[in-house]
Structure formats: structure tokens, C-alpha cells
Design a protein around this ligand. Sequence first.
Ligand code: GLC
Length: 735
Amino acid sequence: MADIPLQSKVALTGGADFWHSQAVPEADLPQVMLTDGPHGVRKQSGATDHVGLNESVPATCFPPAVGLSSTWSRETLRKVGEALGEESKALGVGVLLGPGVNIKRSPLCGRNFEYFSEDPYVAGELATAYVEGVQSKGVGTSLKHYAANNQETDRMRRDSQVDERTLRELYLNAFHKVVTRAQPWTVMCSYNKVNGTFVSEDRFLLTQVLRDEWGFEGVVVSDWGAIHDRVAALRAGLDLEMPANPAHEAGVMAALESGGLDESVIDRAYGNVERVLRRAAATVADADGVFDVEGHHALARRAAEQCIVLLANDGVLPLASDTTVAVVGEFARTPRYQGAGSSRVQPTQLDNALDRIEAIVGHDVPFAPGFTTDPKNPVGDAAHDEAVEVAARADVVLVFLGLGENHESEGYDRTTADLPPEQLALLDDILAVNGNVVVVLSNGSSVLVPFRDRVRAVVEGWLLGQAGGPALADVLYGLVNPSGKLTETIPLRLEDVPSHLNFPGDETGVRYGEGLFVGYRGYDASAREVAYPFGYGLSYTSFDYSDLTVTADGNALTVVFTVTNSGPRAGREVAQAYVSIDRSRVVRVPRELKGFADVTLEPGASQQVTIEIPLWELAYWSVIDHQWVVESGTYTVAVGGSSRDLPLSGTVDVTGNEPARPLTLFSTLGEAMAVPAFASVMAGLAESFGGMPMDDPDMVRMVMDIPLATVAGFSGQSEAELQLLLDQVNRQAKV
Ligand code: GLC
């Protein structure tokens, strides 16, 4: 590094243009392309932008995270990651900008389609598989957006105000898992502030947590345009500002010359960027633009099939091919298959549901768009009336509804959780003439489903990528047995969402007032009814759970149970394990997902499933000790097919790792009495209560929460005398 000119080292801490890092000729390091991601390669060959306005070269558009997460399949995420790595390599992309693991704090977040879940465990598990897949091909990833970037409103300035424990357990947790398990080559720091500091200038997040605690070895790259002061950002731990910003580069040189910035900071950043991008450069050196287009399209279809969540079905599904159907809704012909913004991919091909339905039944079927998905091209009542007429003549009407690209997007949030009113009105009029309605949804985040009891089936198709249309058709006709499960709750009302009163905040910031109680954690804690709970999804078969055992050793809980396919056809089941603790010394949510496994079973077949839950997964973040703490106690492990369908449960005692805390004058009597060495002091204090029998549990319970200083006061003992006794106890207890 010594023989690299300072100017060249500084240059490498910023981009060469919108999508490339700087070349360093003295180090024989070429430019490297970093581009989006996450669910397909968005390589722009002409005009560039970071919100998907300009075209990009064709690449496979896989289901976005909202769909892929609903597979609950680590194997599928890894395979999609591998394919993305292959396409990135072929197209000369050294770092693919994804996955996004921000928690879905509200269904209104415009970018939820790009994120995995309201739950950090499933997000972290699946994102880990994705990163391992992509990087197995020698292409880097960018874990984003670090951190607490959970809305699009004012995203480049807004201050996310999150308490310490909530930040650790919910908003950093998935990042923690992916960094420690998969070492993404880069982590992308977000635009927003966290607790008053821009993340790009936050040494606590970029260095203390990410590197010192988690051991991150890669490059901290900025979100595009997130840097306001590259000197401050470099000091905090940033390594690479994107895109290019010559003024900031000059500012760094000036700070170095004035002594305002130490060259060691540049050496650190240069070293990280050079090491990572050299690996990427080697991978793409022989990029030939060739990848397995057909094979990846087939993978996109298989993945899409697993994404689909069957929410309701009175038996009308699967359809028989000779059922007289009508298809209503533009989404059947013009699929909404990905989100708007920087992740928009130019697909290698695009299939729709309508064509596949006609291929399955062997003839054309009546179709009416009913509404437009292009706000610039409104359709009048004629389209509405036509659709109602078409619906009236069919045995079963397949109504494709959803959110258009103008309803949810990177860059802005939704203001309503409802489907567009013109679609709801159309559904009402169709129901007035035909009660045999199946609703098929295409949306990037939960929508309210007030019609769910008025229709015969509801299929949640999320956004399914370029091959999602046929996957939907195959589910409707039973060629595929749906197996997707919700990774975000579908509420009954927007007002029920735990974050509702604090989303999206205002010019003073956004207060994460609901704390830990996000998603099912909140709905369960308030025992609130929901339309469809986290982890839920139906099948065309059924599954039974039996024979649960839960054991613990010093490292993990081992959860063993049997799943049986008790229904008429083969199917895949995602079994989930939720953990809770009885009587905790800290506030707890009712239960948390801490394990899942999917099994595919023929009718009548059974399979024993084992889920290992490392003890550290049970830990809470102590804001007293500022560390993860596994609390000793009795834990309950509940197992089943959704967060609100847990037919099996078992308990197990766990010895935790609570750090011993020295007794102080403000330790309570209860805390002190838990320390054996305190017993000797206790006798003397009994006098404080007029000789109260301290072995009387009812009496003691009344005084357990009194601080020792107050107890000493009652007995006329000075705090200094008591402190001496406590010092003695602490020494004896070696704390
Ligand atoms: C965008 C997004 C980020 C993307 C980057 C480059 O603003 O926030 O996810 O990777 O810029 O397009």
C-alpha cells in the first residue's frame, strides 16, 4: 500500500461514476461494477439512475423478497442466489446490491416488496442463504439498508428514534445474523439517521457494532447519495462513497493536508475496498454475457410456485379444467411482478396467468380487464360494466386484484392499506351477480382483505417475478399445491398495526414507539384479531403434528417432532417453532419465531423433524449490561403451522448466562437476597423491620422491591456502613 499514491488511495474511497469503483492502475486494480439487485441484475448500459427510470440489459427477474420470503425455504433462496451470482458474473457485475433485510414495521412502507419480513429471524435465515448463494459464484453482495431504514417517507433525512433493546433485537438482528454467518462482501449504510446521527457518520453503528462486535470484514458502502461529509463518514467507518462525488474527494484531500484526517483512515478504507473489489474483478474478468436463460427462467417459476400463499379456500380450489371460468382483472394479462425503483429488472421474458389458464383448459376463456393498472390511461365505467357482464356468465370468476406500480414504490409510502377503490367496487358488483369468486392478489406488501368471507377463495400472489403468472395458474388448477406462508401479518384494520400511531413520523423524526411489539409480536401481545397471522398459509392437503420432545444442553435446544400428511395429496409444510419464557425479569413479547423447517410429504407419509435452537437465539439485549443475556428459566417451545396454530408445546429449563452484577445501595432487597453471600448481611438488616420474620415469604414479598439504601435508613444504618458490607459481599461473590 505504501507504493500507492495518496491521491489514488483517496480516489478508491469514492466511485468513478454512477455504477463503478475507481481503477487503481498502480495496484493493477480495474474498475468494478456495483449494481442492483436484489431479485435480478439491473445493469444499465445507457443512461444511469438509482430509481429504475432508465433501461437495463435483460436479466432474470426472480420473485422479489416479499415473495421469496414466503417460501420459507433456505434451499430456494440459496439456489436463486446462485443463479443471481451466475448472471452477475456473466454481465460483468462484481457486487450485486442486495439483499434488503429491513424489518417491515408497517405495511405502508413503499419498499416492503424488497424486504423479507416483520420478523428478524426469518429475514436473517433466508438472507443468509441468499448471500451464500450469490457469493458462492465469486460475486459480492450488499446487505442493506443498514440500519433502521423502515420507511420511504423523507428517507434521506429522517431520524429513526429507536430504543437500545429494540434496535438490537429487531432492527439490527437480521444484519447481525447475515454478517456473522455469511460475511457479505459489502454492507450498505442507509440514508437516514438513527437516534440523531446520520448512519453514514455513525461510528457506533459502522465500526463499534459492525466491525468490533460482529467482526465484519468487508466494505461499508454508502447508499447512493447518502454521504454528506465523506471525511466524517470515513472517520465513522465508511469505506466507499457511491456514486462518484469529486467534491467530496477534494474535501478528503484537503482534510489530509490540513491534518484534519489521519492517513491511517484512508489506508483502512483503501485496504477494505481494494481487497474486496480485487476478488470481484477476478470473477468478472472473463464476463461473456452468457448465462442459462431458460434454466434461470425455470428456476424463477419453481421459486414463484413456492411463494404463493393460499389464504382462504372453501373447496372451490383447485379448479377442474372443465369448470367454466371467466378471468377478470388486468393483472391476469399484465402481471405486476416486481416493485418500482432501483430494483426494477428488465426480464428475459414475461409470462402471464391468463395464457397459462387457457393452456391448461385448452381453449380461450372470457377475459375482461375491469380496471387499468396504468393511471395515465384511465378506463371508464365501460370496462367495469364489461367485466361484470363477463363474470355473470361463468361458473367461477377468477378476479385478479392488486396494487399497481403507482400505489407502492421505492421513494414513497402508501397512505392506505386498502386495495384501490375502483377494484373493490368492481369486486362488489361481481359478487352481486356471481357468488363463485376466487380473488388472486398481486401486491408488494399486506393489503386489507375485508371481502375474505364473501368470496370462495383468496390467493396471495405477492410479486412473483417474470414467471409468476403461470405459477399462479398452476396453483389455481392444482398442478401445484400451494405451500407459501406469511412472513408479514395481514391485519384487519390499518389502525391495528402496532406502529400505526408512529408511522411515518414527522419533521422531528419517527419514534419507534411500539418498541419490540412489531408485527405478530404486537398483535399477540395485545391479543388482537388479525385477518391472517404471521406464518399462516393453507394447502390442498393437511398436516398433523405429533410426538414433540424438547431437550437442552449447554449449547442449544433440540426440538424434535413428527409431521404427517393427513390429506389427499402430496404437499410441502413449513413447520415453525416459537419460544417464550415464563416469568422474565424484562418485558417480553408473547412468543418469538426461533426455528423453522420445510418437509415435503406424500399422502399418509410422516417425517420426524429436528430443529436446533442455539441458546444465543434465546437471548435478550440487556440495556443494563449492554450485552446479550440468556435468562435462566423455564422456556416453552410451541410448534405448528403458523404463529397462531401451535398444536404442540413443551417446556425445558435453561441455565442462562446472566452477568453477575455487584450489589449497590440501589440494588433491591430481592436482588440482594438472590446472592448467597448476602445472607450474612441479611440477618443484620432484619432488625430494620422491627425483627420482621424474614423467612415469611408473604412478608418478604412486600419488601422485595425496596432499595438497600432505604432499608439501611429504616435501621439507622449509614449508607457508608452498608456500602462496606456490600463491598465485602461483592468480593466474596467475585463481582
Ligand atoms: C437506491 C437504493 C439502494 C440502491 C441504490 C443504487 O437509492 O436505496 O437500495 O441499491 O440506490 O440504485
